[in-house]
Structures are given as structure tokens and as C-alpha cells.
Design a protein around this ligand. Structure first.
Ligand SMILES: CC/C=C\C/C=C\C/C=C\C/C=C\C/C=C\C/C=C\CCC(=O)O
Ligand SMILES: N[C@@H](Cc1ccccc1)C(=O)O
Ligand SMILES: [Zn+2]
Ligand SMILES: [Zn+2]
Length: 478
């Protein structure tokens, strides 16, 4: 379904036009945010000094947000922030915008500029968090600040939740905010979080960028494998050591991918909605998946990112064993991080893993697990999805295709299923494969222009959420 034949662009009551001075201020504010190293190291291990400083920083750069009478600000779990923007029309169901303040660590090596410098080079702001996810934290508050300065009074109540421990589970931030809102009896029309982008160049035969709004999210299983053996002198070793047994088990897991689930879950929908964007013969192939699915599913497996969309992935991420060169190792441990396809469950993946290892000497310990997320509605009546579509059409008129997708990573939004069934993961930012690799990698950056567009997007989105919603009519193409 293309956008071009749907409703006409509707101008926001307050145009998203910013003065030269405002544009300079907003990019400088983002740079300042990047300079505060709000790193999450491990569960329960954060840079608390930086997190506290970040709280003061947002007060400083968004003064209007904090002094507006109809906005309530609360600190939750010590460092997370919840804003309640009270709308004038209580009959409209509220929604929520999400983002996270914390970032993953960033050692200096490999960066063109230091990761916490926030330096601008050739029109790009560099640094950890410029795409994941201080861009959203700052753009949401910035858009609100600019609306307030223009005396905008929202009709629909909305919440802004800024978690401080997303990168290490969200237990202290998002989870507490979620519980707090539930205790207050809040039910949300929808949530918008990070987790997908305007994708550019991810599918080789597709030249036009398209917006993917993730309507589901993979689950996860952190599995620790352990082998215990009696220690002894290395001069008379047993035939197999704990290390050897564990290494073989881990290798079997790596060599035996989880089943290809192409055809189950939201991916088929994604491809069907994209089909007409391809030229011949790809368009015919994607329009006839019933016939070509074996071909397409094999093609998807070839690249790591598309492979992640068709199956539960298996990543061996930690390995620990051995105590001395001449001691037979008593214990060997490895951790495997599975990212679970939406059409599977934690129990199914655990069973599959055991069936692959088939070695009684290997013990399995489930460290952490989370089921994949249900698919949020994306039909014509789905308010959140349609508002995102509508705002994309206005801010990025060159994008004429918006498709529902699956987020291959995990987001804070997964902790809010108690408040809504409409969870949409979308950042209004162009992303190319090299940018994707910069997330949690090196030289993470955002262009000044892309950041401005993100602010504009939210500035219009808030207003669009306040306008009367007409049902969207579709003229089917071809
Ligand atoms: C043909 C199928 C359609 C599309 C395929 C292409 C690519 C799609 C998949 C993923 C790439 C895009 C975005 C990414 C995922 C994760 C990043 C965002 C948030 C992560 C959460 C975090 O670590 O804080
Ligand atoms: N969002 C991050 C961190 C995370 C991992 C696992 C659970 C929760 C959060 C990821 O998907 O890798
Ligand atoms: Zn991240
Ligand atoms: Zn993130």
C-alpha cells in the first residue's frame, strides 16, 4: 500500500518551521546531551553521576517544559523521567512517547572523534547515543519545548517516558514507570518507541528508501551452558575436558541454525506490502510468495540482518573456563544469546537448543528470557500506526511506502504491554547499513539535518494526534 494515493497532506496548525537561532540551539543541545556519558555497563551498573547530570541538563535546555503548569514531571527509579502532558480534552485517550537516556559503552578506539565529544564534522554530529537513543530523548523534549514557546495547548493527554537502563533490561526505569501508570489506571491508545527507521539500501534490489514501522519485536533467551569435571593433573588428562565438551556443544549450536520461520510472523506482510516497489522480476516474486517462498527465504538467509528476520538467532557471547596451564579445568561456562522469532516461544527455543546439544554432561541454566511481542494493529483503524504514516507523508514527502515490520533488537516498549496493544517502534531517521553497524559500534552519528527532521516530525506528530481523525481511505494501486 503506497501513501501517494491515500489522504492528502494536512498542514499542522503550527507550521514546523524553526528560526536560524532555534536551529542552532537545538543542535547544540543535542551535542551537550551526547557529552554526558550516561553509560549502562551491566544490570545494576550505571554511571550514576552522568545520569544525575543528565536530569539537570534537561532542566537547563528545556526550561519551558519544566515550568508549564499542565505538565507534570516525575523522576522514577532515581534517574528515569516521566512527563504527563495534560491535554484539554479528557475524552481523548492518551498516548506515550518513549526514549532512553542510557547508552552502551564506547571505548575510544576506532572513532574518528571521541565518542563522548559530540563534535560536529561535515554536517554530522558524532557520538555514542546520536542514533541510539539520545536523538529521540532530545527531539521529543525539543519539539515539546518549541510547541510550548508557540503557546500550543495539547488536546490529547500524552506521556513522555525516558528510561535510564534500557541497555541493561529496563528493570529500574521502564518497568517502574509502567507499574506506576498501571497503578494510576492509565490505558494508552498507543506507544511510539525506538526500534526501526527509514531504511535505505538494506535490500539490494530495492533502490528506494522505505519506512518500516515495527509492529512486533523479537524475544530473547540468555542461556548459560555449564560442564563440570573433576580437576586433576594435566600430565595424565582424561580423553575430554570440560572445555572440550563445552566447546563442542557451543559449536553445534553455532553450526545448527534455528529453523527458518519465513512465512510465519509479520515478515510476509512486510514483503507483500513492499512488492510493488521492486522492478521486474522481483516484484513478481514478492507478489507470489506462495510460489517463490523457498527462493525468497533462502535469499533472506544470506545477509545477517535479513537472516535475523527469518529465524531465532544464536549468538555465543561469553566463554569462561580454565584456571591454570597444568590443571584440568573443573568447570567451563558459556553464554548464548538467542533472539527469538515472533512465531516461536522461549520454551520451544530451549527445547531446540537441548536437542541440538544432546549431551547430558552439559547443564542448561536460563539466565533471562523474554517472549516475543504480539503484533500491534496496523490497519486503517489503528490510530498510532496511521498517525505515524500521516506524519511521515508530511515530513518525508519523498517516502511513499510505509510497511509494518519486526524489530530484531529489544526495546523498553516491551515492558508496557499492560497499558496498550498498540506499540510502534519507529525513529523518523534515514538509516543505511553502515549506520546500522554504528549503533553499539563505532562512529555513531546523525546529520544535523536528520536531527532537525526528527524534531519536526515530533512537532507535527503531537499536533496530528490532536486533530480529528478521519478514516483513511485507500485506493489500491494497479
Ligand atoms: C525484506 C525485509 C525488510 C526489511 C529488511 C531490512 C532491514 C531490517 C531490519 C533491521 C534494521 C533496522 C533497525 C534496527 C534494529 C535495532 C536498532 C534500534 C534499537 C535497538 C534497541 C537498543 O539497542 O537500544
Ligand atoms: N536493547 C538492547 C539491550 C537489551 C538486551 C536484552 C534485553 C533488554 C535490553 C538489545 O536489544 O540488545
Ligand atoms: Zn542500544
Ligand atoms: Zn536503544
Amino acid at each position: 500500500k503506497g501513501l501517494r494515493d491515500t489522504e492528502h497532506q494536512r498542514a499542522s496548525p503550527i507550521p514546523s518551521q524553526f528560526s536560524q537561532e532555534e536551529r542552532v540551539t537545538m543542535k547544540e543541545s543535542l551535542k551537550g546531551a551526547i557529552q554526558i556519558p550516561t553509560v549502562s555497563f551491566n544490570p545494576g551498573e550505571f554511571n550514576t553521576t552522568a545520569l544525575a547530570e543528565f536530569g539537570e541538563y534537561i532542566h537547563k535546555v528545556f526550561p519551558t517544559v519544566f515550568r508549564t503548569s499542565f505538565i507534570q514531571h516525575e523522576v522514577v527509579g532515581e534517574y528515569s523521567h516521566l512527563f504527563t502532558v495534560q491535554g484539554s480534552d479528557p475524552s481523548l485517550q492518551p498516548y506515550m512517547l518513549l526514549a532512553h537516556i542510557d547508552v552502551v559503552p564506547a571505548p575510544d578506539q576506532g572513532w574518528e572523534v571521541p565518542p563522548f565529544s559530540g563534535l560536529e564534522r561535515d554536517g554530522f554530529i558524532y557520538g555514542r547515543g546520536t542514533l541510539d537513543n539520545k536523538n529521540s530523548v532530545m527531539a521529543i523534549l525539543q519539539a515539546l519545548e518549541l510547541l510550548l514557546i508557540r503557546n500550543y495547548i495539547p488536546r490529547r493527554t500524552f506521556f513522555i517516558a525516558l528510561g535510564h537502563d534500557e541497555e541493561v533490561s529496563g528493570a529500574h526505569g521502564a518497568q517502574k514507570i509502567s507499574a506506576l501508570l498501571q497503578a494510576r489506571g492509565v490505558q494508552l491508545a498507543f506507544i511510539v518507541d525506538e526500534g526501526s527507521f527509514i531504511l535505505d539500501g538494506f535490500i539490494p534490489s530495492l533502490k528506494t528508501p522505505f519506512a518500516m514501522v515495527s509492529v512486533s519485536e523479537k524475544g530473547s533467551l540468555d542461556l548459560m551452558l555449564e560442564v563440570n569435571m573433576t580437576p586433576g593433573h594435566s600430565s595424565a588428562p582424561p580423553k575430554e575436558t570440560s572445555i572440550g565438551i563445552l566447546a563442542a556443544a557451543v559449536s553445534r549450536l553455532e553450526q545448527t541454525p534455528m529453523p527458518n520461520m519465513f512465512g510465519s510472523g509479520p515478515l510476509k506482510m512486510t514483503l507483500q506490502q513492499l512488492a510493488n516497489e521492486f522492478s521486474f522480476p522481483a516484484n513478481v516474486i514478492f507478489n507470489n510468495l506462495w510460489l517463490f517462498w523457498p527462493l525468497v527465504s533462502r535469499l533472506m538467509e544470506r545477509e545477517d540482518i535479513t537472516n535475523a528476520l527469518v529465524r531465532t538467532t544464536t549468538a555465543v557471547t561469553m566463554f569462561k573456563a580454565g584456571i591454570k596451564v597444568n590443571v584440568i579445568p573443573p568447570v567451563a561456562q558459556a553464554t548464548v544469546n538467542f533472539r527469538i522469532h515472533p512465531a516461536q516461544t522461549v520454551q520451544e527455543v530451549l527445547k531446540l537448543a537441548k536437542d541440538i546439544v544432546v549431551d547430558d554432561r552439559v547443564q542448561f541454566h536460563v539466565l533471562e528470557s523474554f517472549e516475543p511481542l504480539p503484533v500491534s494493529p496496523f490497519d486503517d483503524q489503528a490510530l498510532g500506526y496511521q498517525l505515524i504514516r500521516q506524519t511521515i507523508q508530511s515530513i518525508f514527502p519523498e517516502i511513499n511506502i510505509v510497511v509494518p515490520g519486526t524489530c530484531i533488537a529489544q526495546t523498553d516498549s516491551r515492558l508496557y504491554t499492560n497499558l496498550t496493544t498498540g506499540i510502534y517502534r519507529f525513529n523518523p531517521v534515514y538509516l543505511q547499513p553502515q549506520d546500522f553497524r554504528s549503533i553499539h559500534g563505532i562512529n555513531e552519528r546523525i546529520s544535523v539535518q536528520a536531527y532537525e527532521s526528527q524534531v519536526k516530525f515530533i512537532f507535527e506528530f503531537i499536533q496530528n494526534a490532536d486533530t480529528e481523525q478521519r478514516p483513511v481511505s485507500h485506493l489500491h494501486e494497479l
